[in-house]
Ligand binder design. Structure first.
Ligand SMILES: Nc1ncnc2c1ncn2[C@@H]1O[C@H](COP(=O)(O)OP(=O)(O)OP(=O)(O)O)[C@@H](O)[C@H]1O
Length: 293
C-alpha cells in the first residue's frame, strides 16, 4: 500500500482550484493507495505539515500550489528518499513548467500515478533552499510589491512590476566573490536560477538545467529606465543574450557581501525575504531532491 499525502495551499493561484479529498480520491485506487489531504493555513505551515507526513511514513508527498508551496514542502524533503509530487495550482508555476508538469490538474495527477522519478539539483542561500530561482535588487522589489497587493495573479504581478519600474532606485555597492575574485558592483539585479523558467513562461536563464549541478547567474548593472524596458522585453522573449549589459555565467557557488545598506531585499522562489546578514553564500547541492515528473 502506498501512502500518498497531499499538502494543498488553498489560496495559491487565484484560490479557485478544486483540490479536495473528495476530488483526489476518485483518481487513486483504494486497493493500492492510502490518501491524506492537508491544507496549509499560513506561510510556512506546509513545512510543519510535511514534517508530520514524513513522521507518519508517507511514501509520496505532493505539493499542491505554486513555487512558494513547493519550496516549503521540498525544503523538508531534501536529502530524503521520499519523492515530491507536484500539482501546479499556483500563479507562475515556474518549477512545474521546467519539469513539464502540466497545469491541467487531471494530467498532473496522471503523472503522479505513473510515478517516474528523477533527481534534481537544489539551490542553497545560506541555510535556506531554493528550487526554481532567487534574486537580489529589482527582482526582490517586484516580489515585495506583489505580496503587498494580496492577490496572486498575473495582473497583480504586472502591476507590481510597473510600480517597481517607476519607483525602484536602490543603489548599493556590494561585493561579489566569484572564482576567488572580489568584484565591487552596484547592481540593478542579481538573478540566480536553478530552473529554466521564472513562471508565466518568462525566463532570464532559458538554458539552465535542473540536473547539471550548476546555478545560472545573471548580473545586470544599474541601467536607465529605457534600458530597463529593453531588459524586460529580452526576458519576455526568453532572449537574455540580446541585453548586452548583463553578464551571465554558471557556477557551483559564490558569495555576496554588503558594503552599504542595512539588509538585502531578495526573493526566493517568488517569496519576499529580507536578509540581515552582511554576507550570503549561494551554492548548489547536486541531485539532492527526488521528484515525480
Ligand atoms: N492558507 C493560507 N493563507 C495565506 N497564505 C498561505 C496559506 N497557505 C500557504 N500560504 C502561503 O501562500 C504563499 C503563496 O503560495 P504559492 O507560491 O504556492 O502560490 P502562488 O504565489 O500563487 O504561486 P507561484 O509562486 O507559482 O506564483 C506562500 O508563501 C505560502 O506559504
Amino acid at each position: 500500500m502506498t501512502q500518498i499525502h497531499f499538502i494543498v495551499n488553498p489560496i495559491s493561484g487565484n484560490g479557485k482550484h478544486r483540490l479536495s479529498e473528495a476530488f483526489l480520491e476518485d483518481f487513486f485506487d483504494v486497493n493500492h493507495y492510502t490518501l491524506k489531504v492537508k491544507f496549509s493555513n499560513h506561510r510556512g505551515h506546509a513545512i510543519t505539515l510535511t514534517k508530520a507526513s514524513i513522521a507518519d511514513g508517507a511514501n509520496i508527498i505532493v505539493a499542491c500550489g505554486g513555487d512558494g508551496t513547493i519550496n516549503e514542502v521540498a525544503s523538508t524533503l531534501v536529502g530524503k528518499n521520499i519523492p515530491l509530487g507536484i500539482i501546479p495550482v499556483g500563479s507562475g508555476n515556474g518549477l512545474a513548467s521546467n519539469l513539464n508538469i502540466p497545469q491541467d490538474i487531471n494530467k498532473a495527477i496522471n503523472i503522479i500515478l505513473k510515478n517516474a522519478q528523477t533527481w534534481i539539483d537544489v539551490g542553497c542561500l545560506n541555510n535556506q533552499y531554493f528550487f526554481s530561482n532567487m534574486g537580489f535588487g529589482f527582482d526582490g522589489n517586484v516580489i515585495k510589491n506583489y505580496e503587498a497587493s494580496e492577490h496572486r495573479t498575473l495582473y497583480c504581478y504586472l502591476k507590481a512590476s510597473i510600480k517597481s519600474f517607476r519607483n525602484y532606485n536602490k543603489k548599493e555597492t556590494i561585493s561579489v566573490k566569484i572564482n576567488d575574485k572580489d568584484v565591487l558592483i552596484n547592481p540593478f539585479l542579481i538573478f540566480i536560477s536553478n530552473s529554466n523558467e521564472m513562471g508565466y513562461n518568462v525566463s532570464l536563464t532559458p538554458k539552465a538545467s535542473l540536473q547539471d549541478g550548476l546555478l545560472d547567474v545573471v548580473i545586470v548593472p544599474q541601467i536607465s529606465k529605457a534600458k530597463m524596458l529593453l531588459f524586460c522585453l529580452s526576458m519576455l522573449f526568453r532572449k537574455p543574450d540580446f541585453f548586452k549589459e548583463s553578464s551571465c555565467f554558471q557556477t557551483k557557488s559564490f558569495k555576496i557581501k554588503r558594503i552599504e545598506g542595512d539588509c538585502f531585499e531578495t526573493q526566493i522562489d517568488g517569496e519576499f525575504l529580507k536578509i540581515e546578514t552582511v554576507s550570503v553564500a549561494i551554492s548548489v547541492k547536486s541531485k539532492a531532491l527526488v521528484v515525480i515528473a
